[in-house]
Ligand binder design. Structure first.
Ligand code: ADP
Length: 474
């Protein structure tokens, strides 16, 4: 049976566990000759992690029992073989006690392999078909995996496995600087042990510029760099859009500057002829008073009145076009002081109309003081102007995470919801008959609030006063 069995069988001496006999299949599994094995102890072949367990297993093997032990052994070719050992205690009459070991090599079951392979296939397909470039490199910067998006040519992609960026350059006839630059990044990742990202810029076959955002993450096993995962995202479109936007912004800024310059010069230059119109009309009225009829005097008053109105419009238009942060810098300001200054500028109006203005303790804010004073001044003066009773104004502030929200509440005539958007545009006035003005005040307020990173709006039901709210960024 021993000689003819298909199973590997070894006979061990019970006391020393030395191998006494081994049949042909046993010699095949272990790979050594019988004479070599006869000088060995079977535990020499058991892998070190299982050795202690094996020795105690053997000690526990008693007569009439048949125990099974699973382990890996190392054969002559230095291969690890997973085996199952059936140990039988043999005590032949008038003979020494032995152990009989029946050894079977057990490979992982086919089903498990299939499942594993399926899983592997699943993940590989995902990585292969990812819409971004993806590659895995070992610690020597040789490619272990490259997906379809990185290299479309299947043959070349397979050829690249085990190769480096230098091989890539050689094969594709690209300058070695490309590989050198990448290796500089790789070395930094290996040195800092941290992932990094950078943008590669190169020319396509068609001669177009291509930008790829590269991200490289190191992967460590037992503290040693074992692999690197590299991603590449084509950001050419994004960069092109950014470049286009930059050009548009540049052109628009230039146009805006030209327009501002034009508005500034026009408002400035128009004032001179206007001044002449009113002073010469005044002169006419004074010198030729007697020769003019009453109606002619009325006409001349009309000319002077309109010239003054046009002058007011030009003054406001000029202050609108000259609102610009480049001449000022943001500073830390006490909003209480800002409001006090705005009220002081309106002192006589406040006294004359017996206005009540109340406000809570206001916060410290960051901004341009000249503009903030004017902003409050415009809103307060409107609240006084558009009021048919004794004006009563409340100023409130609420702190939000990114900004301060200010509210100016009045008890004036209110603004119907359908007109609320219009009033922030230049030269827009709702009641031209009963209230004087240029229609520029709120347009100026809007621009000043925008300079502070906020927006302005109004709430009113059209009857019970208005609430103007605006944000000042922190
Ligand atoms: P102006 O005060 O010179 O007319 P503004 O731009 O300051 O110009 O205001 C535009 C219009 O919005 C005003 O003509 C008025 O009709 C309306 N308005 C502004 N503030 C108030 C307010 N507090 N109450 C009611 N209506 C207002």
């Amino acid at each position: 049976m021993f000689e003819h069995s298909n199973d590997a069988i070894l006979i061990l001496d019970k006391d020393t566990a030395c191998i006494i006999k081994a049949n042909a299949p046993a010699l095949q599994i272990l790979g050594y000759s019988l004479s070599f094995l006869q000088k060995s102890n079977f535990s020499d072949f058991i892998i070190s992690e299982n050795l202690e367990e094996w020795n105690s297993f053997l000690l526990l093997t008693s007569p009439h029992t048949c125990s099974i032990f699973e382990s890996e052994i190392l054969n002559k070719s230095q291969e690890f073989i997973h085996i199952e050992i059936k140990a039988i205690y043999v005590n032949p009459p008038n003979n020494k006690e032995h152990y009989l070991l029946i050894i079977k090599s057990i490979e992982p079951k086919n089903k498990d392999i299939c499942k594993l392979q399926q899983r592997l296939q699943f993940y590989e397909t995902i990585l292969m078909q990812m819409p971004t470039e993806f590659a895995v490199l070992n610690a020597k910067w040789q490619y272990l995996f490259i997906n379809h998006n990185s290299i479309k040519d299947d043959i070349f992609r397979e050829w690249m496995i085990g190769k480096t960026d230098y091989d890539f350059c050689r094969y594709r006839n690209k300058p070695y600087t490309l590989a050198e630059n990448r290796h500089k990044q790789y070395e930094e990742v290996a040195r800092t042990k941290k992932g990094k990202e950078w943008v590669d810029e190169h020319l396509t076959k068609e001669g177009n510029k291509k930008y790829v955002l590269r991200k490289l993450y190191p992967y460590f096993e037992d503290g040693e760099l074992s692999m690197n995962f590299g991603f590449g995202i084509d950001i050419t479109k994004m960069i092109e859009v950014e470049q286009e936007q930059e050009l548009i912004i540049k052109a628009m800024t230039q146009q805006n500057e030209e327009l501002t310059q034009f508005a500034y010069i026009t408002t400035h230059d128009l004032k001179e002829p206007l001044r002449n119109i009113s002073s010469f009309t005044n002169l006419l009225q004074r010198r030729y008073k007697a020769q003019f009829s009453e109606e002619a005097h009325e006409f001349m008053d009309f000319i002077v009145g309109n010239a003054k109105r046009m002058n007011d419009l030009l003054i406001d238009l000029k202050s609108y076009v000259t609102i610009d942060k480049s001449n000022f810098h943001k500073e830390s300001l006490d909003a209480n002081v800002i409001v006090e200054n705005a009220i002081a500028n309106l002192h006589w109006l406040v006294v004359e109309k017996n206005v009540s203005i109340v406000y809570d303790q206001l916060p410290n804010i960051k901004g341009y003081s000249t503009y903030l004073i004017q902003l409050f001044q415009n809103l307060i003066s409107n609240a006084i102007k558009f009021c048919n009773t004794t004006p009563s104004i409340k100023i409130k502030c609420t702190e939000k995470s990114k900004y301060y929200l200010f509210e100016v509440v009045d008890n004036g005539i209110g603004i119907l919801p359908e007109f609320q958007d219009r009033i922030f545009k230049i030269f827009n006035r709702l009641d031209k008959q009963n209230y004087e003005g240029t229609g520029m005040g709120l347009a100026i307020c809007k621009k000043m609030v925008q300079l502070h990173g906020g927006s302005i709006s109004v709430y009113s039901d059209g009857n019970n006063g208005s609430t103007f709210s605006f944000e000042i960024e922190k």
